[in-house]
Design a protein around this ligand. Structure first.
Ligand SMILES: [Ca+2]
Length: 262
């Protein structure tokens, strides 16, 4: 059977101020990653304090700690992106951030998928706590970290009730989110966060606005779109125009510009 599915993901606009950070590093002694434009250069008492600086700065991907004069250089490059820059040098320790730890456990829930640095966080399941404060109500979501810069929260994955014929009026998307629907719409409602793009479920619609207003629509039958609110907004349930761009062409049968209205 032909399988048609649509994935809808949201990206946050606001980042909660309260955030617990943690990072894991690999260290390499007597090595330096040469970088003439570091993010910062500051005195650090120890390797630990240098690693803490890198943990706090989301731009930081690696660091050089100069033992002799206790200086910490934060870098936005890594040996993976710039292998030719890794040089042997005595009394220098190179640290490489391998994972921020953010979102890995409930106690380290991230405010959103967008708060995860995409360079070190692949797409997958992360703990998030969009309303901030206590993490007791944090929950797991699937973060899409690749398309259009990444940082997207998967809020809905759906398929259709009837592929043969696809255009029958009895066809419907399934499941549907917990938004209001006309009487007679008789498909299952989901309030369970989908854990991957073929786990057909939906996050409680009341929570969608906490993940942001921009929408990424991924489909295996149509072009992928990113839409921003204009006079209309999906998460605010507001009729009107939206501004969309194509981020991936899937179907050459739709050569015109993207849709612009909800
Ligand atoms: Ca909370």
């Amino acid at each position: 059977m032909l399988s048609i599915a649509i994935f809808l993901l949201l990206q946050t606009i606001n980042t909660a101020a309260e955030e617990r950070l943690q990072a894991f590093f690999k260290t390499e002694h007597n090595s330096v990653l040469f970088d003439e434009t570091p993010i910062s250069e500051e005195r650090s008492d120890s390797l630990i304090s240098c690693s803490r600086r890198c943990t706090r700065d989301k731009r930081c991907m690696s660091a050089n700690f100069i033992k002799s004069d206790k200086t910490c250089f934060l870098l936005d490059k890594t040996r993976a992106t710039h292998p030719e820059r890794l040089l042997k040098q005595a009394n220098v320790i190179h640290l490489e951030k391998v994972n921020s730890g953010l979102g890995s456990i409930q106690q380290l829930a991230a405010p959103s998928c967008q708060s995860l640095p995409s360079a070190i966080h692949p797409s997958g399941i992360y703990w998030v706590d969009p309303d901030g404060g206590s993490h007791d109500n944090a929950f797991k979501v699937y973060c899409e970290m690749k398309t259009d810069g990444g940082g997207w929260t998967l809020v809905w994955s759906y398929k259709f009730t009837n592929y043969e014929p696809f255009w029958t009026s009895a066809n419907a998307v399934t499941p549907r989110p917990s938004w209001s629907a006309l009487n007679g719409v008789n498909v299952p409602v989901s309030t369970t966060p989908p854990m991957n793009e073929t786990d057909y479920n939906a996050i409680d619609f009341q929570l969608w606005r906490e993940f942001g207003k921009e929408i990424l629509i991924k489909s295996n039958i149509n072009n992928w779109l990113v839409c921003s609110p204009d006079t209309g907004s999906l998460v605010e349930w507001q009729d009107g125009n939206v501004i969309c761009k194509i981020v991936k062409r899937v179907n050459e049968m739709c050569p015109d510009g993207p849709t612009y209205r909800f």
